[in-house]
Design a protein around this ligand. Structure first.
Ligand SMILES: Nc1nc2c(c(=O)[nH]1)N(C=O)[C@@H](CNc1ccc(C(=O)N[C@@H](CCC(=O)O)C(=O)O)cc1)CN2
Ligand SMILES: Nc1ncnc2c1ncn2[C@@H]1O[C@H](COP(=O)(O)OP(=O)(O)OP(=O)(O)O)[C@@H](O)[C@H]1O
Length: 184
């Protein structure tokens, strides 16, 4: 199996596990994320507007927004890093590419903490996304230009024993699930 085929298979398996976890979600994840973010108050951070069966970080983002700048990802172009637009609870949003909501009038910032959505993770800190390479490109660019903490946010059930690895894959620094905070 080629690497690309292995990633497709891993994504399929991960979607099944994530969907089941989402159906059973009682909302415990955002509390754990808040716990972690409380140690970094005022640091500019990026969350995300959940799509599909992603775990919901919005309550933790809303709390963090009381202390410092919070942003959400915006795709400016294919094969380019993501940009991050300032976000406030209840602000007007419009549909962006792939169904993720984005601000109507984006004001971009450089986050130092990225809450990263994912399909699957390993206990060694690898991550599998949707295959756009957006977070890989973004983390590579941010890591080259200054401090950044990549915090995966996922259901515990999204763990994989191993994931197909390509040299462009950027590792996570931390991972938060509804059960625990794992540092790599
Ligand atoms: N909530 C959230 N926002 C985000 C991301 C994300 O992963 N989650 N992104 C992180 O990159 C960017 C959006 N990128 C995405 C890339 C592909 C797909 C996706 O669903 N792809 C389809 C296949 C392609 C298609 O529909 O044409 C799929 O997964 O089946 C979703 C988001 C920016 N915003
Ligand atoms: N920094 C980079 N420079 C060039 N190509 C890259 C870079 N990062 C990723 N890519 C390419 O983008 C494609 C998609 O990458 P990959 O399958 O790892 O995406 P993903 O991590 O699942 O998605 P995402 O990061 O958007 O959540 C691959 O062909 C990968 O080699």
């Amino acid at each position: 199996m080629s690497l690309a085929e292995a990633k497709i298979e891993a994504r399929k398996a991960a979607r099944v596990r994530r969907r089941a976890a989402h159906a059973a979600d009682v909302g415990a994840g955002a509390g754990r994320l808040s716990e972690l973010l409380a140690g970094h108050r005022g640091v500019p951070l990026s969350g995300y507007m959940p799509i599909q069966s992603e775990i919901d970080p919005i309550p933790a983002m809303a709390e963090a927004a009381a202390w410092g700048p919070v942003a959400i990802p915006v795709i400016e172009a294919e094969a380019e890093p993501l940009q991050f637009a300032l976000w406030e609870p209840e602000m007007p949003l419009v549909d962006g590419p792939f169904g993720a909501r984005i601000p109507q009038s984006p004001v971009f910032i450089r986050p130092e903490i990225l809450i990263v959505p994912l399909l699957a993770f390993t206990r060694e800190g690898s991550r599998l996304g949707y295959g756009g390479g957006f977070y890989d490109r973004t983390l590579q660019a941010l890591r080259a230009s200054g401090p950044v903490l990549a915090v995966g946010f996922a259901y515990a059930a999204q763990v994989a024993e191993a994931l197909p690895f390509d040299p462009n894959d950027e590792p996570l620094d931390l991972l938060v699930t509804e059960r625990e905070i794992i540092s790599f």
